[in-house]
Design a protein. Structure first.
Length: 402
């Protein structure tokens, strides 16, 4: 998505292609924050497969300095950084070690790919947006919590925010060359539906054996798998579409789509529909974010084969089976710091469940309890986000039965 500066003509506010299409033919210079994690490694592999179109100029990690050193030797960036630890070897020639925020704001960086999680992802994303960069954010929870604040700052600086997640980036793809004023409704899909939810055990403290793999192409954490089963991931994706593309919440639908090929369907006022289809492979949204507005070929990515699939089906969701989804979207409607509290409470509650301190059915109950107890504040600066996160985690910690 291209977010325009408020000073630009209003008629051009939502032209999703104009700003990026004015880029010259020089290689796109990217910095990958969280390069040693699973998503960061996929980003690097896609960048490598795109040859001279992309140049990796910055790499940053949390504490995995051994892998970071290997990546520096392979990709030869000019900038590198890490959050924790101590560099034990000599710094390779031509590489400057610097704080992560200095990397994403460097004039040598065209695009920052935020592939890490937690508070560090917020700090890096904010710095890049503050500098007016093109920013791909892989942490969908960050867009759920801080979407309004990040979007506001992007409009002020002329930054571009791209959600590095299948369905939101699918919506973005259907909006290329379109105006949001012409959108009637948007549908995103889920490969986890009512039938699967009914099979989940509603009681007990053991991790269910039938949790979904939210990303078949890469390792998925237990937390992410639980979020997929409760549709918290879908709520975060709906919020991202709402915040980034100015689509009203009531105009965004979620349908069960077991084949997982159709990512988004956007219906326009004239009754026509544009869809985005791609295989369950994180390399596809990564390439879309890096290549836009170009259509670079990549032999390493498989194409959609509709004949092999044979049939595409869609079904409605039984929302009563997904209380976390309802709670999360109600928080978005309420605004202020409510989404921050719901997201932070969800993280804390899942930690309690994984440590077998509460049951699976307790997850939505405690999240809703936290939302009801919260006294909201306007989401007007970064400090509010951190304060709300800390409050939610403290509150959830007090809900554990003795």
């Amino acid at each position: 998505m291209v977010i325009r500066n408020d000073a630009e003509p209003k008629g051009a506010e939502r032209d999703y292609g104009e700003k990026v299409m004015n880029m010259d033919s020089a290689p796109l210079r990217i910095a990958v924050i969280g390069s040693t994690g699973s998503l960061g490694q996929i980003v690097l592999s896609v960048a490598r497969s795109l040859g001279d179109n992309v140049r990796i100029v910055g790499l940053a990690a949390g504490s995995n300095l051994e892998r970071l050193a290997q990546q520096i030797a392979e990709y030869r960036p000019s900038l590198a950084g890490f959050a924790r630890g101590r560099w034990r070897d000599d710094v390779p020639e031509g590489v400057t070690l610097m704080p992560i925020n200095d990397i994403v704001t460097s004039p040598d960086v065209d695009m920052a790919v935020i592939a890490n999680v937690g508070r560090a992802s917020f700090d890096a994303a904010w710095a890049a947006i503050d500098a007016g960069k093109r920013v791909a954010i892989g942490n969908i929870d960050l867009l759920y919590m801080a979407g309004p604040l990040l979007s506001k700052r992007a409009r002020e600086t002329g930054a571009t925010i791209i959600p590095l997640d299948d369905e939101p980036i699918g919506v973005w793809k259907t909006l290329w060359g379109e105006s949001t004023e012409s959108v009637r409704q948007v549908t995103i899909t889920s490969t986890w539906g009512t039938l699967q939810a009914r099979r989940l055990p509603r009681h007990g403290t053991q991790l269910p054996s039938s949790l979904p793999n939210a990303r078949p192409a890469r390792h998925v954490s237990q937390k992410r798998a639980i979020d997929a089963s409760t549709l918290m991931v879908k709520a975060s994706q709906v919020a991202a579409v709402h915040y980034l593309y100015d689509i009203q919440l009531e105009a965004i639908n979620v349908l069960f789509h077991p084949q997982g090929l159709v990512r988004a369907l956007t219906e326009f006022n004239d009754g026509s529909v544009k869809s985005a289809l791609f295989i369950p492979d994180m390399r596809v949204p990564i390439q879309l974010s890096l290549a836009y507005p170009n259509r670079w070929a990549n032999a390493e990515i498989n194409s959609v084969d509709l004949l092999a699939e044979g049939r595409l089906s869609f079904e409605p969701l039984e929302h009563a089976l997904f209380p976390c989804y309802r709670i999360a979207l109600e928080a978005v409607q309420q605004g202020d710091t409510y989404p921050v509290v719901v997201a932070a409470a969800n993280d804390a509650v899942i930690d309690l469940f994984l440590s077998q301190q509460i049951g699976f059915s307790d997850i939505p109950k405690i999240i809703e309890r936290a939302a009801n107890a919260h006294r909201p504040h306007p989401l007007d600066d970064r400090v509010r986000i951190l304060e709300a996160m800390d409050w939610a985690k403290t509150f959830v910690g007090g809900q554990v039965p003795e």
